[in-house]
Design a protein around this ligand. Structure first.
Ligand SMILES: Cc1cc2nc3c(=O)[nH]c(=O)nc-3n(C[C@H](O)[C@H](O)[C@H](O)COP(=O)(O)OP(=O)(O)OC[C@H]3O[C@@H](n4cnc5c(N)ncnc54)[C@H](O)[C@@H]3O)c2cc1C
Length: 511
């Protein structure tokens, strides 16, 4: 095969790589997209947020990509069902379950791990005012396939089923990529490489990039898959007659089933498929040789309400059944350099808790593409260095917020309060963006020193699991301490007695 040349090569055609390629193509660059697999393929990371929607909408308008704009709200996305599948996400729902290892297995005996009549066992945070404007769960196989098809229609070359054997810096300004494509020899020359391939980044291997994962506090793994016929959580409330207080239908959300030893996400799509996965501190993960299906069954047996919910459910994707990542976190020491840059999925990852993944990818797509001056010119080394530095800072901030939530799992009332640190950072960031400053602020206000100082202080004083569940007095005290200290950033009256635990008015304007 003769050698082909492009200005930009994007490795990895998840939504992040492909949208980046599309933008650069719109700016006049010659772009090739390269992927090891072929669309449609299973992918995880499905929960969009108001920030993700807002950035994507801005990028669609700025770079004239109207075909992607329906993805920015559920009302428009659901009308595209001939192209891709989505589900409504009105906000975040959290329900606390108590382990009952020895509960009777007799189906006639009613046993619950979750008490639908108890407000203290729930937390609902709205992210939108109505279903039409709400965020969406992206069924990634079909969404990513659709975006890749858009790229091809816009004239990008998409090479799938590529096995990259080597990536070399041939001259100071050209990379040479060799391997096979559809079993034929591939020989590509590109002047700038963008890597959005994920954890096993081939660029990181070629450049022997070290990791700095030991800097991260969060230590969790996941077991996950797509299920059909999962019962809805609102069944519990209908039986208890207590759903009236909820600010939105609780299943039309990123649902978190919380236990003291980990949590489960449940993201519903419109075609009766639900993405489910356990996020667990590492010590509670299955052993390497353990059968995941048996492990899953055993784990939900401990929580009768979940067992009941899963009684008719079965795994439908991915093809190999339940998947398992022993530790989710990773962070590269270097994220960008002269002639190359990584998007977040290749640079690092913290945890699915609170769904920061898609939004963080969008924020960095926005920032990276803004570094390209157009007219064929490439970003300067200094800008790329700053890009990498900022992203690393953001990962460390997400890590801090998420690890605090894991540390608080032992007492759900504490967990509710610590989750508010995260929502506070999210809402503050939304405000900063809406205030219209020239360059986008750091993701989740990662550069806001005052907010960081307050949260770091409370993290140091966070009650520990070994001290056992907190008294009501301690919880009330913490609540008022957090509320007072965070007042300058608390734009949505979080932690107020009037709102807690059902937050209706947290949506950003226009959402
Ligand atoms: C268990 C888990 C749960 C998650 N949950 C959430 C969540 O709830 N919400 C959220 O927002 N985020 C979540 N994430 C994060 C989410 O996965 C990422 O944010 C998102 O997938 C990033 O998208 P992407 O397009 O950058 O990369 P990916 O979707 O990972 O796509 C990478 C692409 O690169 C290709 N590729 C891989 N290796 C090579 C190679 N050597 N050569 C060429 N191509 C290659 C792959 O085939 C794939 O198409 C989760 C992640 C994990 C692991």
């Amino acid at each position: 095969m003769s050698r082909q040349s492009y200005q930009i090569g994007v490795l990895g055609t998840g939504f992040a790589g492909t949208i980046t390629g599309l933008i650069l193509k719109q700016m006049g660059y010659e772009v090739v997209l390269v992927d090891r697999s072929r669309h449609p393929r299973f992918a995880i990371g499905e929960s969009s947020t108001p920030i993700a929607d807002r950035i994507l909408a801005k990028l669609c308008d700025q770079y004239d990509l109207p075909e992607l704009r329906p993805l920015t709200a559920y009302g428009s996305a659901r009308q595209q069902s001939e192209h891709y599948r989505v589900g409504p996400k009105r906000g975040f729902s959290y329900f606390s379950h108590h382990s009952q290892p020895n509960h009777p297995k007799d189906p006639q005996t009613v046993s619950h791990s979750f008490d639908a009549g108890d407000r203290e066992q729930q937390l609902l945070v709205a992210a939108s005012q109505c279903e039409e404007l709400s965020d969406t769960h992206w069924h990634r196989a079909t969404v990513d396939h659709f975006i890749a098809q858009c790229a091809v229609r816009r004239g990008l070359d998409l090479l799938e089923d590529v096995d990259l054997r080597s990536i070399e810096l041939e001259t100071s300004s050209a990379w040479r990529l060799r391997g096979t494509h559809d079993d034929e020899e591939l020989d590509l020359r590109v002047h700038f490489l963008i890597d959005a391939t994920g954890r096993r980044s081939p660029l990181a291997s070629s450049l022997h990039l070290p990791e700095e994962t030991d800097q991260l506090r969060t230590q969790s793994g996941a077991v996950y898959g797509h299920f059909k016929d999962l019962d809805r959580s609102d069944t519990w409330f209908r039986h208890a007659n207590t759903s009236d207080e909820h600010p939105f239908p609780c299943d039309d959300a990123a649902v978190h089933q919380i236990t003291t030893t980990g949590w489960m996400w449940q993201l519903r799509f419109d075609h009766q498929i639900t993405s489910c996965g356990w996020g667990l501190p590492r010590q509670y993960m299955p052993r390497p040789e353990e059968d995941l299906t048996i492990w899953w069954q055993k784990r939900i047996e401990e929580f009768p309400s979940l067992r009941q919910q899963f009684s008719d459910a079965s795994v439908v994707a991915p093809e190999g059944g339940l998947q398992h990542v022993p530790r989710l976190q990773y962070l590269r020491k270097v994220i960008s350099g002269r002639g190359w840059a990584m998007l977040p999925s290749s640079a690092g990852f913290i945890d699915p808790l609170h769904s920061s993944g898609i939004a963080h990818a969008m924020a960095n797509i926005e920032r990276l593409t803004a570094l390209f001056p157009g007219a064929g010119a490439l970003p300067s080394e200094a800008c790329l260095h700053q890009y990498g530095k900022n992203m690393k800072h953001e990962f460390l901030w997400i890590d801090l917020l998420v690890s605090a939530c894991y540390e608080a799992l032992f007492d759900f009332r504490l967990f509710q309060r610590v989750c508010m640190w995260y929502f506070l950072a999210v809402i503050h960031y939304e405000r900063q963006r809406l205030s219209g400053s020239q360059s986008p602020p750091a993701f989740l206000s990662a550069n806001c020193q005052d907010l960081q100082t307050v949260i770091r202080k409370h993290l140091t004083d966070l009650p520990r699991r070994e001290d056992g569940p907190l008294s009501r007095h301690q919880i009330n005290r913490l609540n008022s301490d957090y509320r007072e200290a965070m007042a300058p950033f608390n734009h949505a009256d979080l932690l107020s007695t009037a709102n807690h635990p059902f937050y209706q008015h947290t949506a950003a304007p226009g959402k």
